[in-house]
Design a binder for this molecule. Sequence first.
Ligand SMILES: NC(=O)c1ccc[n+]([C@@H]2O[C@H](COP(=O)([O-])OP(=O)(O)OC[C@H]3O[C@@H](n4cnc5c(N)ncnc54)[C@H](O)[C@@H]3O)[C@@H](O)[C@H]2O)c1
Ligand SMILES: NC(=O)c1ccc[n+]([C@@H]2O[C@H](COP(=O)([O-])OP(=O)(O)OC[C@H]3O[C@@H](n4cnc5c(N)ncnc54)[C@H](O)[C@@H]3O)[C@@H](O)[C@H]2O)c1
Lengths: 207, 207
Amino acid sequence: MIDPAIPRLYAYHRALREAKVSGKSTITSHGLAAMLGHSISSTQIRKDLSALGTLGRRGFGYAIDPLVEQLAFVLGLEQDWRVAIVGFGYLGHALATFITSRESRFKIASIFDVAPELIGTAWQGIVVADTSNMETIVQDAGCNIGVIAVPAPAAQATASRLASGGVRAILNFAPATLHLRAPVIVRNIDLAGEMSILTHWLTAADA
Amino acid sequence: MIDPAIPRLYAYHRALREAKVSGKSTITSHGLAAMLGHSISSTQIRKDLSALGTLGRRGFGYAIDPLVEQLAFVLGLEQDWRVAIVGFGYLGHALATFITSRESRFKIASIFDVAPELIGTAWQGIVVADTSNMETIVQDAGCNIGVIAVPAPAAQATASRLASGGVRAILNFAPATLHLRAPVIVRNIDLAGEMSILTHWLTAADA
Ligand SMILES: NC(=O)c1ccc[n+]([C@@H]2O[C@H](COP(=O)([O-])OP(=O)(O)OC[C@H]3O[C@@H](n4cnc5c(N)ncnc54)[C@H](O)[C@@H]3O)[C@@H](O)[C@H]2O)c1
Ligand SMILES: NC(=O)c1ccc[n+]([C@@H]2O[C@H](COP(=O)([O-])OP(=O)(O)OC[C@H]3O[C@@H](n4cnc5c(N)ncnc54)[C@H](O)[C@@H]3O)[C@@H](O)[C@H]2O)c1
């Protein structure tokens, strides 16, 4: 499945869970598009869901329960995931809070930093550790996903050490190119790139 | 141009500027892929650049200068952009620092919060304002882009007020659906969706 589709599937999964909680048992592609504030068209929704093998019934829409289950299956959200956060500054704090509040399947299982004022403090029951025993702590905590929120010069070493600790996928925010051997999956996030989507469309609109 | 291509173009733009600074005047698609840590294939690079009307010369590659200019043009990075940040907590701080350090075309021109301990403090010469005069301040500061980093319940009001102040595009991080009239462009960021790309691929790998 191509990457752009997955965040959309995640948005559907989230919205459908909310619809279910509010008592609905079926939904049309138009209803789902409306729930998403029309940030995704009903055409795109139908296309994505039929690519999963799910077809709505004309006049009826989709049954929510089986669709939520299928999306959870495809997204890997039928199991818990244990996340290691390295770099507990502004970004690390924002991510830790958001990730756990947003998706109960994501558990923050370890947090690392080098700042003395942070080490030893507790966040939601997790004690911030210094990085000296990162590999062991990550392994013992069973972390399968790592989040890198350290300054750029520290990113590569952090990535290698997370991989040694058994982490199999990394979300990297540091503005640095990471080199890791397969099978570790790395996804680089650059929010300035997201801003450039806005500036592209603003200048295209003026053109 | 479709959205997924734009962050790639932004990555090329950034890497090509670095290549130029390091003294290069030409680069091949393979060289550029290597600079990007092979997070994007050389095939994808050639595809994206030819879609812009730029073809490399076999054995020679691409001339960097004209390519950087063309990418800047397409991305809207030939002009400065003035950014309003609303919500100066953990995420707001991380974004303000990162955006300006990453892309000199993005200027933080106004910052808003409601917390008394933040209001009146200065960040890189910008005084954090309370939200009561947001529309006026945003207009006077000439902000064309807004970043929403407030809690979900405050997001819609924030968006409407930024739009009233003349903001034409919004990057929204709050987990809330925004309703705004055209022509304001809204882009919603959900980093839990990025995490689900990792969990999708990890479970697909196991399957
Ligand atoms: N990709 C994006 O869109 C994006 C957005 C915001 C920030 N960032 C990046 O994320 C990183 C963090 O940003 P921030 O605003 O939170 O900065 P910050 O300075 O507030 O936080 C960095 C934290 O990392 C810790 N640290 C430093 N070296 C370390 C090491 N070797 N191991 C463990 N921890 C270490 C510091 O003590 C600090 O607490 C920076 O690299 C920044 O450029 C990226
Ligand atoms: N989309 C994502 O991937 C993502 C990631 C991290 C955080 N978030 C979201 O971003 C937001 C901020 O997260 P955070 O960790 O920085 O939280 P935070 O509590 O540290 O910061 C929120 C800030 O907003 C201020 N605020 C509250 N109401 C306001 C209002 N009406 N106007 C202006 N400012 C107001 C608060 O005083 C505070 O400083 C939250 O909604 C969070 O869920 C989203």
